[in-house]
Every structure is written in C-alpha cells, then in structure tokens.
Design a protein around this ligand. Structure first.
Ligand code: HEM
Length: 452
C-alpha cells in the first residue's frame, strides 16, 4: 500500500532495513532530518509520521472520528487479543468501553491499593533472600511476575503464581512473533501448519486456557473474593437486547486486560530501576521522600498524592522509555492539518511517544534523566501532547490510573528497602517489539538499604 506523500514531508525514512532493524534510531533521525512530518515506508505499507504535539492532538483527539485501527499493527495484535478493547473499533468498541469503564474509577483503583502492596511484599521477600546471598535478580522478569500477579488477583480473582513463569515466556515469544508479522507481512497465515505457526498457536492457546478457567471459576463462584472486574463483565447485559457477552467476546476482553494490564507496567518499572541505578542523585532524592513520608511503615493508596518525587521518577521514565512507543491509525476520511497538509483518505498515520518525548523544542537536554522537569513550574507552557505515554482522546488507555497507582506503590514499597545497581559496564538497551522492553532482560543487584 502506498500513500501519496505530502508536499511538506520528506521521504527520508524509506530505508526499510533501517526501519526494521533500528526503528528507534531511524525515527529519531526522522525528526532531526525531516522536521515535524516525515514519510515512512515499512515493508508492505507506508504513511506519514507526525512528531509535532499539535499534530498528535489533531489525530488522537480532534479527528478521532475520522481514523480507525485498521492498520497492519492492530491486525497483528488481533491474532492474539481478538476483538477486545484495545483492538476493536467503532460503535462496538464504544459499547464495550462503557461497560468496562466503571471498573477503572479512581475510587475502585484506590480500594485495590492495599492488595497491591500486600502482593509486592512477596517480591520484597524474594529480593531480600537474593540480597542475603549476593545473587543477581532479573528485574525485568521480577516486575513482570509481580504486575501479572497483581492484575490477575485484583481484576480476575486468579492465582497465577504457578503459571507465571510460563505465561512470561509465552508473552515474550508471542510479542516477538507479532512484531515479525508486522515487519514481514508475507509470513504464511496462522492457519497453515508450519512449525512456527504451531508454536504460536500453542502459546496463544495456553494463555487462553488460563483465562477461560478464570471465567469458569468466577461463574461458578460469583461471590468469591476479588475479581470484581471479571464479575462485572460476566453480569453486563446489552441495553437493547438484554443479552450477556458471548464466551468468545468475554475471552477477548478478559485476555486483553490480562495482557495489556501487566506487560506495559512491568516495563515501566524495569526501566525506572535502571534509571535509578544510573542516576544516584535521583535515587537519593527518591529515598529521602520515602523516608520522610513512609518511614518504616507500608505504603497505602492514600500516600499516592503525597509522593510527588516518586511519581516524577515514573513520569520521567515514561518520557524516555514509553512502553507503548508507537501508535498507528488509518485515515478513513481525509484530515486537514492546516498549512497545506492534508492526510489523504485510506493512508496510514503514525505518532510516536518515544520520538515526540524527545522533541528538542519542548524537552531541553532530551536524553537526560531529570524527574524534576515534571514540577508544575517547569511544565508550564509545555503543550499537553508533547507527552502522551497513555495515548489520548477517546482511545486513551483505560488503565492509566491503575498503572500509575500500582507503579507508585510498588516503587515506594521496594525502593524504601532496596538500592539498585547494574553490573559494571552494563547499559540496558531498549528493544522495540510492540512494547519497549529491555533487550535480554535486566540483571541487577538489589542491596538492602542500611535502614531497612
Ligand atoms: C505504564 C502502563 C501502561 C501504558 C504505558 C499504557 C499505554 C497505553 C496506550 C498508549 C494506549 C492507547 C493505544 C492506542 O491509542 O492505540 C493504551 C490503551 C489501553 N490500555 Fe493501557 N497502558 C498501560 C497500562 C494499562 C493497564 C494497567 C491496563 C488495564 C488494567 C491497560 C489497558 C488498556 C486498554 C484496555 C486499552 C484500550 C483502551 C481503548 O481503546 O478503549 N493499560 N494503553
């Protein structure tokens, strides 16, 4: 598919090999060399890449009704998530979003805070044992396990511990495979029984069997503790027909929350630990805040507003390492961006938190880790869409508050007691596969703090 190239855009991002092997560096070069609009070609598809915050807002908010998720990226995701909240579109998506929304109200999330901290204590125990034997921890793995445990327990009433390692391996494998399908659109369809497809189908079926069991258990014990989100979906009835969601739809929605609800937050936390290891001044400022606000006691959801520095560490991590680093859309009706730029119907359009979060006009010293750039005073005058780690407009992340409360409580609980350090010479490298993960994991040493 070839979109006509806009007059103001520069076709510098046509180097397919570079786009496939080094998308972050290539897109960043796009901003430097092309300015705010670039023309991008991926294998099999092409479109415009918009870097300017006003253009990001124009796409995600102002023209939300003129775009869709009919893109190669979402087509790949549908192979795993079916037609759940992340991948569905139009009137169907809106109905499902309205059903799910009440589970994500702030008060509901705060009510889960105590359980989030309780589950984090298990990770603290594991880290304490590792610290006592001077062992290295794969922090990426550890955060994946913890956020999986939290979303499974709080939203789905599912005890995942015995399956967690296998789930982690399956999700890593599936994300790499989906990424391959986006950059190599000519792979045989999943219905062909190639060894590669069989492995994909087996990993997906394994995850779906876990979700299906959670649904069966909740149906059998509707009053069991936790999992209000799941019960709400099971109980939801269509306003017009009075019908419940069918089993396939329920599976897609629950599987979407299971996957979207842990992987991104785990990456955010893994990156936060890596920045804290590299920037001792930020680490000390964080420890000071935790010592002052919490002292020796456990964090609670009520502490969330009282931990501004902890939250700024997470905001700055989301700026530099946004787990959702790339967002794609299809233009269904042409979009006028002003100044002669009109995105044609049926073309693709892309925005990237990773690149716009480094736009030098809005972010001085863009590569530097500086949590205090998020103070009120220093944020003044910055356009809202210079920063959009959770997307924006009607398709904005439904789990943003869940993720931020959870990540703040986890970081507060663990950073109060442990101090991270990277092996000498180690520099974590981001790997952009659907989400932005640390390539090959994140081995670190977590020392116990003297006061803990
Ligand atoms: C740091 C953590 C997270 C990040 C960075 C993140 C990022 C995003 C982004 C950028 C989108 C919009 C995608 C697009 O416009 O194409 C999105 C959508 C979504 N996210 Fe998150 N997310 C996070 C955590 C969560 C959590 C914890 C949940 C659930 C418990 C969740 C569930 C969803 C769902 C269901 C959607 C689709 C919403 C819709 O279209 O109605 N996310 N997320």
């Amino acid at each position: 598919m070839h979109a006509p190239q806009l007059p103001g855009s520069v076709p510098i991002l046509k180097n397919l090999y570079a786009m496939r092997t080094q998308p972050l560096a290539t897109l960043s070069r796009g901003l430097r060399e092309c300015g705010d609009v670039a023309y991008v070609e991926f294998p099999g598809h092409a479109g415009h890449m918009l870097f300017h915050p006003d253009h990001v807002r124009a796409i995600l908010v102002d023209n939300a009704k003129r775009i869709s998720k009919s893109t190669p990226g979402f087509a790949a995701l549908r192979l795993l998530l079916g037609n759940g909240l992340v991948t569905s579109d139009g009137a169907f998506w809106l109905r499902q979003r309205r059903i799910a929304q009440p589970a994500f109200h702030r008060a509901k999330i705060y009510a889960l805070g105590a359980r989030m901290v309780e589950l984090t204590e298990r990770t603290a125990d594991e880290w304490r044992r590792a610290a006592e034997s001077n062992s290295t921890i794969d922090v990426a793995d550890s955060m994946m396990h913890l956020t999986l445990r939290i979303v499974s327990d709080t939203m789905l009433a599912l005890d995942i511990d015995k399956d967690a390692a296998e789930v982690g391996r399956s999700i890593t494998f599936l994300l790499h495979e989906l990424n391959e399908r986006i950059v190599r659109p000519f792979l045989p369809p999943l219905s062909w029984p190639t060894p590669r497809n069989q492995r994909f189908n087996a990993a997906r079926d394994h995850l779906q069997a876990i979700i299906a069991k959670a649904i069966r258990d909740k149906r059998a014990n509707p009053d069991s503790k936790g999992g209000d989100f799941l019960r709400m979906l099971i109980d939801a009835r269509d306003e017009e027909t009075g019908e419940a969601m069918d089993d396939k739809q329920l599976l897609d929605e629950v599987g979407t929350i299971f996957a979207a609800g842990h992987e991104t937050t785990a990456n955010l936390l893994a990156w936060a630990w890596s920045w804290l290891a590299r920037f001792p001044a930020a680490r000390r400022a964080l420890q000071r805040e935790l010592d002052e606000v919490l002292g020796d006691r456990a964090a609670t959801a009520d502490d969330y507003p009282k931990l501004p520095y902890t939250r700024m560490v997470l905001s700055e991590t989301l700026r530099l390492c946004p787990p959702a680093w790339f967002i794609s859309r299809r233009v269904e009706q042409s979009i006028d961006l002003g100044e002669g730029l009109v995105l044609p119907e049926k073309s693709l359009v892309f925005v990237s938190p990773y690149v716009t979060h480094r736009h030098p006009r809005y972010w001085p010293d863009p590569e530097g880790f500086d949590p205090e750039r998020f103070t009120e005073a220093r944020s003044e005058g910055r356009p809202t869409f210079a920063y959009f780690p959770f997307g924006g407009g009607p398709r904005k992340c439904i789990g943003d508050t869940f993720a931020l409360v959870e990540a703040t409580l986890i970081l507060a609980t663990l950073a109060r007691r442990f101090e991270p350090s990277l092996p000498v010479g180690a520099v974590p490298v981001p790997e952009p596969v659907i989400t932005l993960r640390p390539r090959g994991g994140l081995p670190m040493v977590m020392r116990q703090r003297a006061s803990s």
